[in-house]
Design a protein around this ligand. Structure first.
Ligand code: ADP
Ligand code: MG
Length: 461
């Protein structure tokens, strides 16, 4: 069930790119068709060698094989560009969708979903989905074509030689499958170590004065050395697995070739196998090495991608709690008078047992200057955040000019309010852009006047 849902999600990601995906699949089909045809061409050339042949005929086969092989190479490149391109496109669109969705969610969402986790979903999980749609789809389709097209021809040439030489392939597939799981764990170990080191450096650099005042340089140096050592070990372990796996695959492939050569040579001597058939079989067996080995990696990429699909979809499926009501009425800021009324206003933070605002009622008339005073934790900030609907206030409790604020378009409501937050925050851009953040079209002299009134004008160089 979960798998069908995930496949449907993958289908939805792919749908806008079906043209490129189809072109890529057709290219793969062509490549594999040529991959079956070229050895047959070589086979007939080789068979001619033992009969009567002219150099012209052989030359023609050689030229044909070389040009077909070059064409195959070009088409394979095209298939990669199309299919990997689809993966990249989906990656781009998913990142865009996630960011746009995050902008719609209310501040409370970010209080319960740590930013580090959201970033990792929007980057490394999206990356795994891309690899699932590019790498996994390409290799899966390629393996299916390679086997369905090559196997019948191989069996036609020689049933027992084919079975004998391919007997070892399931072992190769299993080997890669086991190793790819190990490689994946080792890769996440490396990434954790890198994250650990980055965080350590960041903390030590920001706390450098403390380290010096308490004379802790030696301790910090030792702590860093330990983390650095962990990273080295993780990388060495990964290198070890890789350096074991790849020679093993090559070794198994060679055993397959050896079996064909051994059995084939015996048959040729006995006169029961043509040399051309033998050569073609030898080429076919080698052609199947890559698709088989990559299939093992493909399964791991798919499993990883499945987890990532769930993690990304859980962001995209979270519904914004604070949004425009269906019956919202426009509130042009020129017509706002500024009468604020609270009627039995209540608010309880999600997960909290006692209300932060408990049955508050008041009216503030236009032009009035009101200060709300109270002890820490009395609910002043909660009240201030309710008015622009930064909190999910229920209908029928807060009114601006007599209109329920939940029935006012969010942009109009917030446009009518000037809000100076308790904690100052600067975006990573110029001071000018920070000053005109709420209205990027603000004129230079207005910005300068604001800077003067905030007493920072003389600080800006
Ligand atoms: N994000 C939050 N999650 C849960 N409880 C909160 C949150 N923010 C504030 N509170 C609680 O709500 C109450 C009112 O807080 P607040 O409005 O910030 O008080 P004030 O601004 O008057 O100091 C306090 O009891 C506080 O602990
Ligand atoms: Mg406060």
């Amino acid at each position: 069930m979960a798998t069908t849902r995930r496949l449907a999600t993958l289908g939805a990601y792919l749908r806008p790119h079906w043209r490129e995906a189809t072109l890529g699949i057709i290219a793969l089909l062509t490549v594999n068709g040529l991959g079956v045809y070229i050895p047959l061409l070589i086979r007939s050339a080789v068979d001619k060698l033992s009969e009567s042949f002219t150099y012209g005929e052989i030359l023609r086969s050689v030229v044909l094989s070389v040009s077909l092989t070059s064409a195959m190479w070009l088409i394979r490149m095209a298939s990669r560009i199309w299919i990997f391109g689809v993966g990249r496109q989906v990656e781009f669109e998913l990142k865009q969708k996630i960011f746009e969705h995050l902008l719609k969610l209310e501040p409370a969402y970010f209080a319960t979903n740590p930013v580090g986790d959201l970033i990792s979903r929007a980057t490394s999980d999206v990356d795994k989905i891309r690899s699932l749609l590019g790498f996994a789809v390409l290799n899966l389709v390629n393996a299916v074509f390679a086997y369905t097209l090559t196997l019948p021809v191989m069996l036609y040439l020689s049933v027992d030689l084919t079975l004998a030489s391919l007997a070892i392939y399931p072992l190769m597939f299993l080997l890669v499958y086991i190793f790819s799981d190990r490689l994946r764990n080792e890769q996440s170990q490396v990434q954790e170590s890198i994250a650990d080191i980055s965080q350590f450096i960041q903390e030590d650099v920001s706390g450098i004065s403390l380290i010096k005042i308490y004379a802790q340089e030696e301790n910090e140096r030792r702590a860093f050395a330990e983390k650095n050592q962990n990273l080295l070990w993780a990388k060495l372990k990964q290198a070890q697995s890789r350096n074991t796996l790849f020679p093993l695959i090559a070794g198994l492939a060679n055993i397959s070739s050896l079996i064909i050569i051994w059995l084939g040579a015996t048959r040729i001597l006995a006169g029961s196998l043509a040399v051309g058939d033998f050569v073609a079989l030898l080429i076919y067996v080698e052609r199947l090495v890559f698709p088989t080995a990559l299939l093992g990696f493909t399964i791991t990429a798919y499993q990883r991608g499945e987890v990532s699909i769930d993690r990304v979809e859980s962001i995209l499926n979270s519904q914004p709690k604070i949004k425009n009501s269906d019956q919202s009425l426009a509130l042009p800021s020129s017509s706002v008078k500024g009468e604020i009324t609270a009627k039995n206003l209540c608010y309880t933070y999600p997960g909290s047992l006692s209300p932060a605002l408990d049955n508050i009622s008041f009216t503030i008339h236009p032009g009035e200057l009101v200060a709300i005073v109270g002890a820490i934790g009395a609910g002043k900030s909660t009240l201030a955040n309710s008015l622009p609907r930064l909190l999910d206030v229920q209908p029928g409790q807060l009114f601006l000019d007599g209109v329920d604020i939940t029935q006012t378009p969010l942009l109009d409501l917030r446009g009518a309010i000037t809000y100076v937050p308790q904690d100052s925050f600067l975006f990573s851009t110029t001071i000018k852009n920070n000053i005109r953040y709420g209205d990027p079209t603000e004129k230079q002299d207005a910005i300068e006047r604001i800077a003067q009134r905030s007493q920072i004008h003389s600080e800006i160089i």
